[in-house]
Design a binder for this molecule. Structure first.
Ligand code: BG6
Length: 475
């Protein structure tokens, strides 16, 4: 691995900061989601209700523990740390003329603390954190005015943290929302709920267009503010395999991959792919797309591709499943179980070779540097004598690191870094649980919000420190 490889860890503001209404922060789209469980969706409440439990409100309270936590990250030897800036700390409703100084100050101090230890911040502008006000009053990214509010937010933080932050990403896992069967994704990506009688795909493509314009304008502006900024997109990458070598299965997988690539095709190339335009034409979709916006897409292409990798999916041409029990199908109705792959307790396929395959696919398609900004093993951990023996997590991460090393050292893929997800335990995004843990640092807090919030080092803590020290596993 190259000497400046960015070994790090990743989190998102809403999943670990807590302090959901501290120092002027406004509520975001996540703050009205209750806790769910595997197979039990999180509920979206109309407002914040007094007798409901919202796991993200306190999360693991990094807001009041950041010095202690960053000292632990430094002890691990992290070279970088990926988090997001909670949009509602800066603009509580999204529409204010002036930003909230207390929110800006929090991130100033946090970045200073990271930089004190030589840890490079890697920042997502929006990780499912749109102001609730914009979602409720404006309809989220259905409304083109939200583009301007997002760009204003981006401008504020680009200008403020210039000199402290170099690596940015616009929208986290922007392509999740292609799965319109699960209302969680359109809501958290874009602040959108579907109305009765609407064609979900038509809504999706309009919302996607508005958000892609917002992303492109932010990238363009960021480059003007500081030409040294590296600004990436961030996609959830789940490679889709054909079930067999039958040509119909191969084609089914290739077609399904369009769902995964749609957003990055635009963010990298600056124009819409043919398969999307044909779908709009075939279905008679009326999308509001101006020539000026198309020009913006061209001018705001990204510098690198950030992506998450957790699992793969397999499709078969001649089946149609509603939902397979224990298989996360990513909205693919022809998804089938892969007989060669084990799944986690949450139905996520464990497939390290799929990471090498993914790195090669993305690099061959786009020829841009890649950054694995999420990967990890969500599991139940038991605290015993002040530690957790999380060998299964170490095995998972070891296999994935070996796969990325092969992709870099053998296949020649350009990879900037690797930030395993949830370096410290946090609230699960899809389920709202605490018990689905990813961290190398255990946090004493349970699903109901009880616990001391005390931090403990798991076995994976020392293991990862050694990986970083030796610049990988294979060297
Ligand atoms: C990604 C998200 O989907 O995967 C994170 O960017 C999320 O926010 C992570 O936490 C793991 O998912 P989950 O549902 O296990 O927390």
């Amino acid at each position: 691995m190259q000497k400046d490889f960015l070994w790090g860890g990743a989190v998102a503001a809403h999943q670990f900061e807590g302090g959901w209404d501290a120092d002027g922060k406004g509520p975001s789209v996540i703050d009205v989601l209750t806790a769910g469980a595997h197979g039990v969706p999180r509920r979206l409440t109309e407002t914040i209700e007094a007798d409901e439990f919202y796991p993200n409100h306190e999360a693991i309270d990094f807001y009041h523990h950041y010095k202690e936590d960053i000292a632990l990250f430094a002890e691990m030897g992290l070279k970088c740390f990926r988090t997001s800036i909670a949009w509602t700390r800066i603009y509580p409703k999204g529409i204010e003329e002036e930003p909230n100084e207390a929110g800006l100050k929090f991130y100033d101090e946090m970045f200073d603390e990271l930089l004190k230890y030589g840890i490079e911040p890697v920042i997502t502008l929006s990780h499912f954190e749109m102001p609730l006000y914009l979602a409720k009053e404006y309809g989220g990214f259905r409304n083109k005015k939200v583009i301007d509010h997002f760009v204003k937010f981006a401008k504020t933080v680009f200008e403020r943290y210039r000199g402290k932050v170099k690596y940015w990403m616009t929208f986290n896992e922007i392509n999740n929302q292609m799965d319109t069967n699960n209302p969680l994704f359109l809501w958290t990506n874009s602040g959108v709920t579907l109305k009765e009688g609407e064609d979900p795909r038509e809504v999706l493509f309009q919302v996607a267009h508005n958000e892609l314009v917002a992303s492109a304008r932010a990238v363009k502006l960021g480059h003007e503010i500081d030409p040294d900024f590296k600004i990436g997109c961030m996609i959830s990458h789940v490679p889709i395999y054909p079930y067999s070598c039958a040509p119909a299965d191969i084609l089914a997988a290739q077609q399904a991959m369009h769902e995964r690539y749609f957003f990055s095709d635009v963010q990298v190339r600056g124009y819409y792919p043919g398969y999307a335009k044909k779908e709009w034409e075939r279905n008679g979709y009326h999308l509001e797309i101006t020539l000026e916006e198309l020009a913006d897409l061209k001018q705001g292409t990204v510098d690198y591709i950030g992506f998450s990798y957790y699992m793969s999916t397999t499709v078969k041409a001649d089946v149609k499943n509603e939902q397979l029990e224990n298989v996360v199908n990513g909205g693919m109705e022809n998804a089938v179980e892969n007989p060669y792959i084990e799944v986690s307790d949450w139905g996520w396929a464990i497939d390290p070779l799929g990471l090498r395959y993914t790195l090669n696919n993305l690099y061959e398609r786009y020829q841009l540097p890649l950054f694995i900004v999420e990967n990890g093993f969500g599991a139940i951990d038991e605290l015993e004598d002040g530690t957790v023996h999380d060998q299964a997590r170490i095995d998972y991460l070891t296999a994935h690191i070996k796969a990325l090393e092969e992709a870099v050292d053998y296949d020649g893929v350009e990879l900037l870094g690797y930030t395993p997800w949830g370096i410290i335990d946090l609230v699960s995004f899809t389920t709202g649980e605490m018990k689905k843990r990813y961290g190398m640092i255990y946090v004493d807090r349970d699903n109901a919000g009880h616990g001391t919030l005390k931090r403990y080092k798991k076995d994976s803590f020392a293991w990862y420190r050694d990986v970083i020290k030796h610049n990988g596993i294979s060297e």
